[in-house]
Ligand binder design. Structure first.
Ligand code: GUN
Length: 291
């Protein structure tokens, strides 16, 4: 069994991006600038956004963190519009989830697709489906990058993606099935109405767990030698930790790991790769906008 070390892989990607930014700077080209909007006081969202800003600093990107305790939908739309028109901002994200009085789809659709480094805008998702140049959603792209850097063969493999969210399961199931590398999998997209889930998981060569239920995937469900990718990041109470909680994946890591050929840990697996992908997209925004 080998660990798919997202933390180390993301650090390597940051180094590569740092080199690319230094080269841009020495050529007198613009430094990429990422902005992140955070609304509310969700602890998890704050941690992720801070990690995104820190990654920018490490790479040498400019970054802006725009925080609101609360904001109306109209005010947030106005801010999105302002960032769309700000020549200095190359890409920006609005951290999800948003408070319930704000329509997430309305906000996502207001973002200029050429600055949508999360790849959530319908125009980018549509282009992704057609394999046209676009921003790929960060978590699925990070997972594919991790599989690629560990030379994991995906072509012809049976893959099950558990969970059909708009930002992970649904796009990832499409990307894994595309004629690309990594890709060319035969994909099953499982969800809450799936029948005989255990039997389906047991047949899979590659299992992606993205449902947000701690320890959902257990050792009896998987076949020997499977590749297991855990996207879950649920905070559960843990009095042995200083902050009182621990991050738990969707996979019962301790018992599943010995049966796998490769497995991602939580934390240190998919999470850092999501941030690395966002950084790749931010550099790519310069290219897509001809800067
Ligand atoms: N919430 C959970 N994951 C993400 C992400 O990748 N981007 C944004 N904007 N919000 C998220």
């Amino acid at each position: 069994m080998q660990i798919l070390d997202g933390k180390a892989t993301a650090a390597q990607i940051r180094l590569e991006l740092k080199g690319a930014v230094e080269k841009r700077k020495s050529n007198g080209e613009k430094t990429p600038h990422l902005a992140a909007i955070l609304v509310g006081n969700d602890g998890g969202s704050l941690t992720y956004v801070n990690a995104k800003v820190k990654a920018c600093e490490q790479i040498g990107f400019d970054s802006s963190l725009i925080k609101y305790d609360d904001i109306s939908e109209a005010e947030l739309l106005a801010k999105v519009n302002e960032l769309n028109n700000d020549e200095n901002i190359d890409g920006f994200i609005v951290q999800l989830p948003l408070p319930s009085h704000i329509d997430e789809l309305k906000i996502t659709m207001a973002i200029d697709p050429l600055k949508d480094v999360d790849g959530f805008h319908p125009e980018n998702l549509g282009k992704m489906v057609l394999s046209l140049p676009c921003f790929l959603p960060a978590t699925p792209a990070g997972i594919l990058e991790l599989l690629k850097r560990y030379n994991i063969e995906t072509s012809g493999k049976d893959c099950i993606v558990i969970g059909r969210s708009n930002i992970v399961g649904m796009p990832l199931s499409i990307m894994l099935a595309q004629n690309s590398n990594p890709g060319n999998c035969t994909v099953t997209l499982a969800h809450s109405r799936t029948k005989d889930l255990k039997e389906k998981v047991a047949k899979a060569d590659i299992i992606i767990a993205a449902i947000g239920k701690p320890n959902f995937v257990t050792a009896d469900m998987i076949k020997e030698g499977a590749v297991v990718v855990d996207v879950g990041t649920t905070r559960v109470e843990d009095s042995s930790k200083k902050n009182g909680w621990a991050l738990k994946g969707d996979v019962d890591f301790e018992n599943v790991a010995p049966k796998c050929s490769f497995i991602t840990p939580v934390p240190g697996g998919v999470g850092p790769m999501t941030i690395a992908s966002l950084m790749i997209n931010t550099l790519r925004s310069m290219e897509l906008r001809g800067k």
